[in-house]
Design a protein around this ligand. Structure first.
Ligand SMILES: NC(=O)c1ccc[n+]([C@@H]2O[C@H](COP(=O)([O-])OP(=O)(O)OC[C@H]3O[C@@H](n4cnc5c(N)ncnc54)[C@H](O)[C@@H]3O)[C@@H](O)[C@H]2O)c1
Length: 440
């Protein structure tokens, strides 16, 4: 099948590449010339496990191509995926300008029937806006062409995106006509061989499903984070509590980890956007308001622990940070808790030496060459002469350090663990002060 993917970011590149992998003829479009040049030269602009090899394989097989030519992309795919960004507007609502621009470009250039599929995370009602934009452009051309609109929200997790796409838990499809459903069903057939994962519903429910999923996950995190702060005050251990409640199948173990807050390109903006949409409909999502407030608070927790230990004036102190990405296996630092910690440390006069397995180029892009941030090549190098270590991302490589060597490197043997990676007994037995989140 011929497929066009508009927007070649995390979602678009993974979608396009995985669809090419199963034999489709895929053209990925982006307005970012730089990104397309990197891809055309055989590189990839993001870090995502397994993706680079898959891109190379499919480019070599002639099934995957990249372009900045809007007209070429609009003509190519019988299915046109819109996978552009939907960043927060000033008031927190989703900014739909890129989605609408993509829709207009299709309307301006299409020559035959298309299924236009929204894969970006968009508020309920966006499909109507996409339809109106395409129709308006067709009318301007004085052309009558049939097209279908569908919503196919993406549930991939950065860091496991290829696996998630190739072996999805579910494929949600919002559609309103049989022709679109049939085309989408055949497109997804290779991912459905074991059992049917396609859940077909009306478009608005599909749009809402994506926000509901992210809102529920963010809620679990904020709930555990608040409970962890309470556990600390009470002298209870949140890890014991997690085990105790996770064993209930109605609750389950997933997404119950206390930490230093959620970040990334999705949860923060989707929680906000959902609140905005609810307000537009005269509803208030009180639980989600609290989820957001709790998360903003939680991103300060490591800094609070550091200042409680060293005082509010951190001038002359150097803090080592392990982990900059908002979660492991990605270089994405959008809304990452590490950014809040680094800024907070700077404001109090400290400098930072940091290590992350893949996000250091992203850190350079964000912070420039600020002399208050030194990036080093190994976790141990970050500790050299540092006053303490703060752990912000739960990369595997941080899970079993040599505590003796670690202690020897630090000026003060203190760890502030924002991801609860260690057994407090082990760390303390090594003669290291240990401050985790909600642990005894
Ligand atoms: N990143 C994730 O983990 C994830 C998961 C599920 C859903 N989503 C959603 O998917 C959407 C895309 O997210 P992302 O992380 O891939 O974003 P991204 O910022 O990585 O990529 C978006 C791309 O779209 C391009 N673009 C913007 N306007 C364009 C246009 N008119 N034509 C062609 N290209 C255009 C941008 O240049 C950019 O490369 C968002 O709505 C997001 O909420 C993201």
């Amino acid at each position: 099948m011929k497929v066009s993917v508009i927007g070649t970011g995390y979602v678009g590149l993974v979608t396009g590449t995985c669809l090419a992998e199963v034999g489709n003829d895929v053209l990925c479009l982006d307005v970012d010339v730089n990104k397309i040049n990197i891809l055309k030269q055989g590189g990839i602009p993001i870090y995502e496990p397994g993706l680079e090899d898959m891109v190379k394989r499919n480019v070599a097989a002639g099934r995957l191509r990249f372009t900045t030519d809007v007209a070429e992309s609009a003509k190519h795919g019988a299915i046109q995926f819109i996978a552009v960004g939907t960043p927060p507007d000033e008031d927190g609502s989703a900014d739909l300008q890129y989605v609408v621009a993509a829709a207009r470009a299709i309307g301006q250039n299409m020559q035959e029937y298309k299924v236009i599929v929204d894969k970006s995370t968009v508020p309920v009602g966006t499909a109507d806006k996409v339809r109106a934009a395409v129709q308006e452009e067709l009318s301007k051309r004085g052309t009558q062409l049939e097209f279908s609109i569908a919503s196919n929200p993406e549930f991939l997790k950065e860091g496991a995106a290829v696996e998630d796409f190739m072996r999805p838990d579910r494929i949600v499809l919002g559609a309103e006509d049989a022709r679109a459903v049939e085309l989408m069903r055949s497109l997804y057939a290779p991912f459905n061989r074991n059992h049917d994962r396609l859940i077909v519903m009306d478009i608005k429910s599909a749009e809402l499903t994506k926000y509901a999923a992210n809102a529920m996950l963010a809620t679990r995190i904020s709930f555990m984070n608040e409970l962890a702060l309470l556990a600390e005050k009470m002298g209870a251990d949140i890890e014991n509590v997690r085990h105790g409640i996770g064993s209930d199948p109605r609750i389950g173990y997933h997404f119950l980890y206390a930490g230093c807050g959620y970040g990334g390109s999705c949860f923060p903006k989707d929680v906000q956007a959902m609140q905005r949409t609810a307000k537009e409909y005269g509803s208030e999502l009180r639980i989600l308001n609290a989820v957001e407030v709790a998360n903003e608070r939680q991103k300060e927790v490591l800094l609070d622990k550091i200042t409680a230990r060293f005082g509010t004036d951190l001038s002359g102190k150097n803090i080592a940070i392990w982990g900059l990405a908002f979660k492991p296996n990605t270089d994405d630092m959008r809304d990452a808790p590490s950014r809040v910690l680094i800024k907070g440390l700077w404001e109090r006069g400290a400098t930072v030496t940091a290590y992350d397995p893949v996000a250091m180029h992203e850190a350079t892009r964000i912070f420039g060459n600020d002399p208050r941030l030194k990036l080093v090549d190994t976790p141990m190098a970050a500790l050299e002469g540092a006053d303490a270590l703060a752990i912000v991302t739960e990369w595997q490589v941080f899970r079993a350090p040599d505590f003796v060597a670690l202690k020897a490197q630090l000026k003060n043997p203190v760890i502030f663990d924002g991801r609860n990676l260690y057994d407090p007994k082990d760390v303390r037995a090594a003669g290291i002060e240990y401050f985790a989140i909600g642990r005894l």
